[in-house]
Design a protein around this ligand. Structure first.
Ligand code: IPE
Ligand code: IPE
Ligand code: MG
Length: 238
């Protein structure tokens, strides 16, 4: 694949853990545990492919409405995985960032997140954004509030607020927008993910559930992306 056909930023809605497990007569927990293996596999695959930014949807602001046992299992697993894998990722050139609201996240989870985010890889090959307690509408509201406070303080003039200034107030500030959005499990919706940033992303929807989304499937998504013609609202120039 030629470099210019490779997406700089890939975003993934990792969906279908529960259905994958159910179809095999297992509990949802098993689905999440198998899903964690794919997370590791895909992070490595992305890094090896030369992807510069990978954003994964791990837990949404709406996911708190799930049964208590499932939510606490996810929290425990998240703490464990960060503790076991963050250092290894850092050694492999991956910087970890978290996007989402801190408010409402248990303190033990925040602690694990802060430790992981403090690691500095050298060289820095890829940024991994983990969307946790993330909701895109909440993110946009936070950005609007931030700008409103700056305007009230006289640090920004309302007439100077443009798309660039707004983007700079999002959790993903300073990063390019995703080029490719992958969603697994056959669902065809955005589920409150990166509403602003996905404006011109190419969509890749697959029937595979997340625990089945192997490196091979990821490379397939990259090669489909490489065939896409992006137009940005313009016309094709040969
Ligand atoms: C994705 O799988 C993982 C999270 C949202 C945490 P699901 O748990 O949503 O699995 P399904 O969609 O119920 O199959
Ligand atoms: C989206 O999946 C959130 C994550 C992958 C973390 P959901 O399973 O929560 O989305 P819906 O409910 O099917 O829209
Ligand atoms: Mg789901």
């Amino acid at each position: 694949m030629t470099k210019d056909r490779l997406p700089v930023h890939v975003a993934i809605i990792m969906d279908g853990n529960g259905r994958w497990a159910k179809a095999r007569g297992m509990g949802r927990t098993q689905g999440h545990l198998e899903g964690v293996k794919r997370v590791e596999e895909i992070i490595k695959a992305a890094r090896n492919a030369g992807i510069k930014f990978l954003t994964i949807y791990a837990f949404s602001t709406e996911n708190w409405t799930r049964p208590h046992e499932e939510v606490s299992m996810i929290m425990r697993t998240f703490i464990q995985v960060l503790g076991q894998k963050a250092r290894d990722l850092c050694k492999n050139g991956v910087a970890i960032r978290f996007i989402g609201r801190r408010q409402g996240v248990p303190s033990e989870v925040l602690e694990a997140m802060d430790k992981a985010a403090a690691l500095v890889p050298d060289p820095h090959l890829m940024t991994l954004n983990v969307a946790f307690n993330y909701g895109a509408r909440g993110e946009i509201v936070d950005a609007a509030k931030n700008l409103a406070v700056q305007a009230a303080d006289g640090r920004v003039k309302p007439e100077d607020i443009d798309e660039k200034a707004f983007s700079a107030c999002l959790y993903t500030k300073g990063q390019p927008d995703p080029d490719l959005l992958i969603r697994t499990s056959g669902e065809e919706r955005i589920s409150n993910f990166l509403l602003w940033q996905l404006s011109y992303a190419e969509l890749y929807l697959t029937e595979k559930c997340w625990p089945e989304f192997t490196e091979e499937e990821f490379l397939k998504a990259l090669s489909v992306y490489a065939q896409r013609e992006r137009r940005w609202g313009g016309v094709k120039i040969n």
